[in-house]
Design a protein around this ligand. Structure first.
Ligand SMILES: Nc1nc2c(ncn2[C@@H]2O[C@H](COP(=O)(O)OP(=O)(O)OP(=O)(O)O)[C@@H](O)[C@H]2O)c(=O)[nH]1
Ligand SMILES: [Mg+2]
Length: 299
């Protein structure tokens, strides 16, 4: 291994921004080779700023996954999510502006307008595996690059890992020379307790219909670490009694399935056996109240 304190070592913050559902969290997970950010087919999965860290012999990449920028509803939760995106952009060394191949709409434009002119931004065109006629990507890219002075443009597929090493090389070119900020084996800045809540939230996004993911959140009420075991007591907060019934499902089947998958994911992530209990509680108005949001871990 080479000396990580050598003067040509690079290290910096790489903000990943874009409208909901373009694949930001998938891209970050694939770039660092670990699943630290939850993903789903539904928009607005990510609700917190979360770092994913990748350290090589010659660079440390500190990716910051952000919530997809919200343009639809104006509640306290969404205002808070948008503030997170704006703050992240200000402190980044490099910005990855993610869009979906073939789509550029007002929601993308709004995010693009937030990108400061003095931070190098790479236009990352994701989901190219879905595009049959690759030549169409050229004029598509031209249309987007006419709106901002990008440092580079790269078509990728996060899911198929297409051109990700090229993307990493491009990012490295724009990182400042600096010693590493995190330990070489760190993959995230978040605690196991935080990851536990996120894993449960992912199951809600993956197992429940259209409404529940947006009207619920997860709180870890107790997290016990004993060297070869984690005991996790989670509460899913829902808005209404009817939501509680839907979350639990017929004869408790849905909650049972979600618990089982969440427990397996936690065991994979923590590397130790996990005991998990999930309770569903009705707590209306949680998404509309600023003080309450802080209590649930929203910055
Ligand atoms: N076909 C294809 N699908 C992808 C690709 N990258 C991500 N996806 C899918 O797109 C969906 C959204 O991915 P996420 O990573 O959760 O998107 P996101 O931008 O983080 O979404 P929010 O957190 O809601 O803003 C998931 O179903 C992913 O599997 C890709 O390269 N190709
Ligand atoms: Mg996400």
């Amino acid at each position: 291994m080479t000396d990580k304190t050598g003067s040509d070592f690079r290290c910096g913050y790489v903000a990943i921004v874009g409208r909901p559902n373009v694949g930001k969290s998938t891209l970050m997970n694939e770039l660092i080779g670990a699943k630290v950010s939850i993903t789903s087919r539904k928009a607005q999965t990510t609700r917190h700023r979360i770092m994913g860290i990748q350290t090589d012999d010659d660079a440390q990449y500190i990716y910051i996954d952000t919530p997809g920028f919200q343009t639809r509803h104006n509640n306290a939760l969404n205002k808070n999510l948008n503030k997170t995106v704006s703050n992240t952009l200000q402190s980044a060394d490099v910005i990855l502006f993610l869009i979906e191949a073939g789509t550029f709409g007002p929601a993308d434009e709004q995010v693009l307008n937030l990108i400061p002119d003095d931070v190098p931004a790479i236009l990352v065109i994701n989901k190219t595996d879905r595009v049959k006629d690759k030549t169409s990507l050229f004029s598509f890219a031209q249309n987007v690059t006419s709106r901002h002075k990008f440092a580079a443009v790269l078509p990728v597929s996060a899911r198929k890992r297409f051109q990700l090493s090229q993307l990493e090389e491009e990012i490295r070119n724009h990182l400042p020379e600096s010693e590493p900020i995190f330990e070489a084996d760190d993959v995230t800045d978040r605690s196991e307790r935080f990851m536990a809540a996120e894993i449960v939230r992912e199951k809600i996004f993956r197992f429940c219909g259209d409404e529940l993911p947006y009207t619920s959140t997860v709180v870890i009420e107790q997290f016990e670490k004993k060297d070869r075991l984690r005991r996790v007591f989670a509460a899913i907060l829902v808005e209404r009694t009817a939501h509680k019934a839907m979350m639990i499902g017929h004869k408790g089947e849905r909650l049972k399935e979600m618990s089982s998958e969440a427990r397996q994911d936690m065991e994979k992530m923590f590397g130790v056996p996990v005991y998990l209990e999930i309770w569903v509680k009705v707590k209306s108005g949680w998404a509309d109240n600023e003080a309450g949001l802080r209590a649930y871990g929203y910055e």
